[in-house]
Each structure stands twice: as structure tokens, then as C-alpha cells.
Design a protein around this ligand. Sequence first.
Ligand SMILES: Cc1cc2nc3c(=O)[nH]c(=O)nc-3n(C[C@H](O)[C@H](O)[C@H](O)COP(=O)(O)O)c2cc1C
Length: 211
Amino acid sequence: VMIMKDLARAAALVVVAGAVLPSAATGQPAPGPVEPGPVRILITYSSRTGHTAALAKAVEEGALRHVGTLVTLKPVAEVSCAELKVADALVVGSPVYWSNMSAEVKAFFDRFTTECGFLPPAFPMRDKVGAAFVTGGEVSSGKEVALLTILAAMLGNRMIVVSEGQALGATATTGDGKAPLAPEALDEGRRLGARVVAVALDLKRGRAVIR
Ligand SMILES: Cc1cc2nc3c(=O)[nH]c(=O)nc-3n(C[C@H](O)[C@H](O)[C@H](O)COP(=O)(O)O)c2cc1C
């Protein structure tokens, strides 16, 4: 009970710190806690035979667990520079091709520079939340390497990367490709989508209070 009371007091102090200081300066009534706008999440993928697209849909379902989230879900080839710029979070999915991201997903990241002009020192993707998901034919044949190549491209853009599902992101094993994704894999995707939005929302709230 004591801990709960302390936590409540600490939370009240945080709100007071954000609200009372401006009013002391202006003489105006203290504003309430700031609610940031909705999180915009861009979920994008490449998929030749539909499995990675199915996992992307599960990521979308997870993101929508947070009411009000604005989701854009589309193949990498259709994403514009403007869509990248306005997103608070970017989740990228790829089939595992020779233990790496697919060439289409690599081309997507290359467009950040060649088409969108995302270069140092500005890094327009800086501090956006990033995460990855992959599908691969075999249980252990490069999924983690493929996830890392996606996360590395995000880190290069100074994004804040997070994971959920497995250690490095959400994954599905597709075998001969004839069966739909396993329920466990779809659940990994949903949990990844939900976590990305939760972190992006926390960051937005923090920035709203600081400003
Ligand atoms: C060119 C190529 C390379 C592949 N390399 C791998 C691999 O290294 N490891 C693996 O587990 N699966 C590999 N696969 C299988 C795909 O990753 C798998 O079928 C995937 O689920 C396909 O996704 P999609 O249905 O979204 O196209 C490869 C498939 C292709 C076509």
C-alpha cells in the first residue's frame, strides 16, 4: 500500500512539474497534462508468396489494440518519402533470402538516401521507433541475421529499435509454404505491433511534456 501511495505521489509531482511552472510565469490557470496526438505507424514489407504479408497484417492488428492508432500498411515499393517522414514508428518485414533481407527491402532502405535524401547530420528518421519481422522456410536458416540487417539499417538512421515476439523481432517458419502461418507466429506479430505503438506513445507523451 505504501509503495502504491508513493507511486501516486510521484505521478502527481510529475504532472505538477509540467503544469505549475508555466502558470507561475504567466499568471494563467495551470494547464492539465498534455495528451499527444495519435501514433502514426507505417508497417511495410516485401512478400512474393504471401506469408510475410500475413505477418504484416498481424502486426497491424497488434498496433490497433491501442485505440486511435493511425496505421499505414503497404508493400515497400509503394512507400513514399512523405509517408516515412510523418510516421512515428516504422515496422519492416521481409522474407529471409539467403539469411538476409530480400533485395526489395534492401532497395527500400537504399531509397532513404537516393530518393528521399535522408542523410547525416539531419537524419530525418532519428528517434522514430523501429522494429522488424521476418518469415523463413527453415527453423534456423538465417532469420536472426535477416532481422539484424533490418535493425542495423534503422540504427544507421538513428532510429530507436525495439523487439517483441522473439529476441530480435517477430518471426514465422513457413516450411514448404503450403500452410497458413501458425497461430503462435501471428501472435508474435500482434505483440510486436502492440509494443511498438506503446513505446512510440510513451515517447510522444514525454516530448509533449518537455515542450
Ligand atoms: C531466393 C530465396 C532465398 C531464400 N533463402 C532462405 C533462407 O536463407 N532461409 C530460410 O529460412 N528461407 C529461405 N527462403 C524461403 C523464404 O524465406 C520463405 O519461403 C518465406 O516465408 C517467403 O515469404 P513470402 O511468402 O512472404 O514471399 C528463401 C526463398 C527464396 C525465394
